[in-house]
Write a protein that binds this ligand. Structure first.
Ligand code: VAH
Length: 319
């Protein structure tokens, strides 16, 4: 049985669907600290679980006979800079609780890391798995802590800890929350609503990105990979990379040649400036078959196709 923390978030909701399709509805317990919206209530068990409350989390693990935890509760980069104390608490103490319970109850733990775990002194192009990691955001610092502590528990106590460093993840079905890469989602909503967008990053800020189906497929592959296939516990994964101006060009090509863009960088620019532009990910491809399929043009096509009907309906309802 699998427990998913943060199951109502951008990634958690899609991951729960994928896990349920693979392991059966009853075998995937979704959890969060919010009440699911009616559309999120559907298909299987949901429990309230605050990762900061170790006893309560333990009760869920024992009551449901949990074997694997997919740990998605986290405060993302921009939200962490707005509220560092909350970021530290959720990302560090929450993860420590999960790991300790994994040690005691023999659980496998998959907890994603991020390109945000790298920092201003990291080489920015084709960043390898092993390199300088001195992030200067609360999010990055807490993710390096997660990677190292996971490896420590794996080495010292045999906890089966696995992680992959996500790029910015783009999705249409579930909204993002508090990330620096969120512009690459906001832009589609703005294009369809107003045909113009004010971008909080500069035109040439290149960042690694992936569409959510590639992200979830890769996460499932790593989760299910046999232990002896893994030569490391934390893996870079790269799907595609683009800058805001490249995304704008693609939106103009596929949606509207008149799409208007304005660049007004805010505090998130300083965060993005410390992250890699592209990542090297040969170990993930070799060890467990990471094989993303969607590039920038595909992502634009999918986002427009998924969101277009939503805005058409909204416009029709308003008339
Ligand atoms: C953020 N999307 O922007 C997240 C992320 C790629 C970075 O982990 O904070």
């Amino acid at each position: 049985r699998v427990l998913v923390t943060g199951s109502l978030g951008q990634l958690g909701s899609t991951m729960v669907d994928a896990l349920r399709a693979r392991f059966g509805q009853a075998n995937v317990v979704a959890s969060d600290i919010r009440k699911p919206a009616p559309s999120q209530r559907a298909s299987g068990p949901f429990v309230y679980a605050d990762v900061l409350n170790r006893r309560a989390l333990e009760q869920v693990i024992v009551d449901y006979g949990i074997d694997w935890v997919v740990h998605f509760s986290a405060i993302l980069s921009a939200a962490g800079e707005r509220n560092p104390a909350l970021g530290l608490d959720v990302n560090i103490n929450g993860f420590q609780n999960v790991l300790e319970l994994a040690r005691v109850h023999g659980l496998r733990v998959l907890s994603p890391s991020t390109i945000g775990a790298f920092g201003p002194t990291t080489p920015k192009d084709l960043t390898p798995d092993l390199t300088i990691m001195r992030p200067n955001t609360i999010y990055g610092i807490s993710k390096v802590h997660m990677e190292l502590l996971g490896e420590y528990y794996c080495e010292k106590y045999g906890v089966d800890f696995r992680s992959l460093r996500y790029p910015g993840i783009i999705s249409a079905d579930s909204p993002p929350g508090g990330g620096t890469t969120d512009y690459a989602i906001d832009i589609f909503h703005a294009a369809l609503k107003h045909n113009r967008y004010t971008c909080f990053l500069q035109h040439d800020t290149r960042l690694p990105m992936a569409y959510i189906t590639d992200c979830v497929a890769g996460t499932m592959q790593l989760l299910e990979a046999p232990q002896d296939a893994l030569t490391q516990r934390v893996y870079n994964v790269h799907a595609c990379d683009f800058s805001p101006e490249e995304l704008v060009a693609e939106v103009r090509r596929q949606h509207s040649a008149d799409f208007a863009i304005e660049y007004c960088p805010d505090f998130r620019q300083a965060i993005a400036d410390t992250w890699p532009r592209t990542m090297a990910d040969a170990p993930a491809r070799r060890d467990w078959g990471w094989n993303p399929t969607l590039g920038t043009a595909d992502i634009v096509r999918i986002m427009l196709a998924k969101l277009h009907p939503v805005y058409e309906q909204a416009a029709a309802a308003a008339e």
